[in-house]
Design a protein around this ligand. Structure first.
Ligand code: SAM
Length: 383
C-alpha cells in the first residue's frame, strides 16, 4: 500500500490522525492509498468523502460517501454525515431519501432524529440551489454546478421539449433489443423532456423517468401525466434497490456533464441497480470526432462563454473535457474514444459492451479506431 507496506488498519489510523491534525494533503493520500488496494473499504470511502467536502470538493466527496453506504449499509453514522453533507450542498430532498434509507437499514437513533429535523427544516425553507459547499467551489465543483444550472435553465428545457422521435441509432437499438425489454422494469436517467418516453413506454408500462433538472421533470409531468417522473441526480442512486431495474438508459450524452470520478461512481451505482441479467445503455461523446471539428465562436457572447468554460477543459490519456461549441459554448463535456470507454466500463463491472454509431451500425472491434461518429451508444451487460 504505502512504501513501508502498512496494513489497511495501520494506514487508516494514520490517515485519521492526519485528518484530525488538519494535515489534509497527507490524509487524502493515505485514504486514497487504502482505496487503491481496497476500493470497497467503508471507512476510507466515508472519511475521504468528508475530507473532500471539507476542502470544497463536494461533488467528489458525496460520491465517496454514497459508496461507503453502498458497501456498509449497517453503519448508522455514514447516513447521518452523508445527509448532513447533502444538506450543506443544498440537496435537501436527496438528504431526505438518505434518511428514509437509514430508517430501513439502521433505524433512527437520537442523532438520526436530529439530522431528520434539519432535513425537514431545509425542505420547509428551501435555499437557492447552490448550497454552502458549492459557493466555496473548486473548479471541479464549478464544472458540475455550471452544467447542472445549464440543464435546469427553463429556456434549455423548452428547447428540448420540442424534440420528438428517435435517432437512427435508437431505432436500431429498440428494434434489436425491444423483444427482450418488453414488459420489463425500465429506468430512464436524464429523461430530459421525454423524447424517448413514447418509445420506451410502448415496450413497458413499468417505466420511471428521472432527471436532475426540475424544469425538465416538470415538462415531462405535464406532457405525460400518465407516467411517473422524479427529480434524481445520477450521482446518487441510493433510492434504488439492488437489481431493481431490467433496462436502464441514460441517452443523449447526459453522462458527459459529469467529471471523471463521478462518472466512474455512476457506472458502479448503475451496476448495482441493474439486475444481473439486465442491461445498461448510454451514449457518450466520441473523442475521435474532435479530429473532424474545429468550431470557432461566432460572436462576442460565444467568445465570453468559451473563455468562462476554459477553466474546465482538460485532456489526459483516458479522456478529454472539451467545450466543443455546442449550446453557444456554454458548457464543457466529457469525450472518450470507444476503446477507452469499453476498458473503463470493464473496470466498473461490465464484461460485455457493444458500441453503436449514430447511424445505427453495431460496430465490431476493427471499426472502433476509425469511428468518428459524434456520439456513440454503448449497450453494457453486467459481469
Ligand atoms: C442532452 S439532454 C438529453 C435529454 C433526453 N434524454 C433526450 O434524449 O432527449 C441530457 C439530459 O441529462 C440530464 N442530466 C445530466 N446530468 C445528469 C445527472 N447527473 N443526473 C440526472 N440527469 C442528468 C440533463 O438534465 C438533461 O436533461
Amino acid at each position: 500500500m504505502a512504501e513501508e507496506q502498512l496494513t489497511a488498519d495501520e494506514a487508516l489510523l494514520r490517515a485519521v490522525d492526519s485528518h484530525r491534525g488538519r494535515r489534509l494533503g497527507e490524509a487524502d493520500q493515505l485514504y486514497r492509498a487504502i482505496l487503491q488496494a481496497l476500493p470497497d473499504h467503508p471507512e476510507a470511502n466515508h472519511n475521504l468523502g468528508v475530507l473532500c467536502c471539507e476542502t470544497g470538493r463536494a461533488a467528489m466527496g458525496l460520491s465517496f460517501m454514497a459508496k461507503a453506504i453502498e458497501v456498509a449499509p449497517n453503519q448508522a453514522v455514514f447516513y447521518w454525515s452523508y445527509a448532513n453533507r447533502l444538506l450543506g450542498a443544498g440537496r435537501a430532498s436527496d438528504a431526505l431519501s438518505v434518511m428514509e434509507q437509514a430508517a430501513v437499514h439502521v433505524g433512527l437513533t437520537a442523532e438520526g432524529q436530529e439530522v431528520l429535523t434539519r432535513v425537514h427544516a431545509a425542505l420547509a425553507n428551501p435555499e437557492p440551489f447552490l448550497g454552502q459547499d458549492d459557493t466555496a467551489a473548486t473548479a471541479s465543483e464549478g464544472f458540475y454546478a455550471t452544467n447542472r444550472s445549464f440543464w435546469s435553465d427553463a429556456t434549455i428545457a423548452q428547447e428540448y421539449a420540442v424534440l420528438e422521435g428517435v435517432y437512427p441509432v435508437e431505432a436500431s437499438l429498440f428494434e434489436k433489443m425491444g423483444p427482450s425489454i418488453m414488459g420489463k422494469r425500465i429506468l430512464e436517467i436524464g429523461v430530459g423532456a421525454g423524447r424517448l418516453t413514447p418509445s420506451l413506454t410502448k415496450l413497458s408500462r413499468q417505466y420511471l423517468g428521472v432527471d436532475y433538472s426540475e424544469a425538465m421533470v416538470r415538462n415531462c409531468a405535464v406532457k405525460f401525466p400518465e407516467y411517473k417522473f422524479q427529480i434524481c441526480d445520477a450521482r446518487d442512486m441510493s433510492r434504488f434497490a439492488d437489481a431493481s431495474v431490467d433496462f436502464l438508459i441514460f441517452s443523449f450524452n447526459g453522462i458527459d456533464s459529469l467529471l471523471h470520478e463521478e462518472r466512474l461512481s455512476v457506472w458502479r451505482q448503475f451496476r448495482r441497480v441493474v439486475a444481473p441479467d439486465g442491461v445498461m445503455v448510454f451514449s457518450s461523446h466520441n473523442r475521435n470526432y474532435l479530429k473532424t471539428v474545429d468550431r470557432q465562436p461566432r460572436n462576442a457572447e460565444e467568445e465570453a462563454n468559451k473563455a468562462k468554460a476554459a477553466q474546465f477543459e482538460h485532456t489526459c490519456e483516458e479522456y478529454a473535457i472539451v467545450n466543443d461549441g455546442t449550446h453557444g459554448f456554454r458548457i464543457a463535456q466529457y469525450y472518450i474514444t470507444i476503446e477507452q470507454q469499453i476498458a473503463q466500463l470493464r473496470r466498473c463491472g461490465y464484461k460485455d459492451v457493444k458500441p453503436i454509431d449514430l447511424s445505427g451500425k453495431w460496430l465490431v472491434e476493427d471499426e472502433y479506431a476509425a469511428c468518428t461518429s459524434c456520439w456513440v451508444y454503448y449497450v453494457c451487460y453486467p459481469d
